[in-house]
Design a protein around this ligand. Sequence first.
Ligand SMILES: O=C(O)CCC(=O)C(=O)O
Ligand SMILES: [Fe+2]
Length: 293
Amino acid sequence: MLSNRIQEDDTSLHGLIDLERYPIDSLEGDRGRALIDECRQQLGEDGCVVLKGFVPDEALARLERETERLSPDAHYNQTETNPYNSDPDPSLPASHPMNRFDDRTNGFVAGDRIDHDTIIRQVYSHPGFQQFIASVVGEEEIHPYADPLADLVVNVLREGCQHPWHYDTNEFIVTMMTRQSHGGGRFEYAPGIRSPEGENFEEVEKVIDGDRSRLKSLDLQPGDLQVFFGRYSLHRVTPAQGDKERHTVIFAYAKEPGFIGRPERAKRIFGRMAPVHERLLEEGMQRSDSLAD
Ligand SMILES: O=C(O)CCC(=O)C(=O)O
Ligand SMILES: [Fe+2]
């Protein structure tokens, strides 16, 4: 069944993904299985796997142009947040991680601005790609969001923008860098610093204070694909420096089909709602939202 689904589409990604190196068009073959095993092993070790050069050199100029063209449509929102995206706790000292707030200013381009013929949407909707990601994160299957704004998103960091230290609410996040800033814009993480057994506040505080001893820092380049488990690994993107923006594409998938983010979230992140959000508001439905911050 798996191979049938992939064969239907296996030509559409030619030239857009380095299928020699990453044979996601034949996941059931020896090399496909080896690729999945390797990714799963890395994810098991520290919650992160980077597929360098996922988009090959010959398609890179086109890839960069896609998000460059879209980036003026980014909606910027500014918040102050702690690593837990929660309220402060006045009963704890000011130095405690719960009380450590930092600026989060970010731009987001909504999915309804991203055409079907872009590389990024072709990759996002490709059944072989989805099956690959599902296998890597240990799911039978994953599903694109049914949310026309949050399904495929371009995150734009212009000078000074950052993702401060945080955890994700999503179990996994799939991102592709399409443009790197001149300086800053580095993804840093503390693998497995917390666990379901404990928050490890003491160590988290050290990281926020600048202790780099347990940090990993990624030198992401345009065309690199990243899969990251961000619930237990504290992470950040350092402030972008210089006049070149940092662009990252977020491919949002859910375990169940039909996922739509909360209307208030759409308003905050994208500055507007889609008709489906307006309908949800009218119906007064309370949906849970798992888009990673
Ligand atoms: O842009 C990135 O590299 C990841 C940002 C991040 O941590 C997030 O969106 O939750
Ligand atoms: Fe994150």
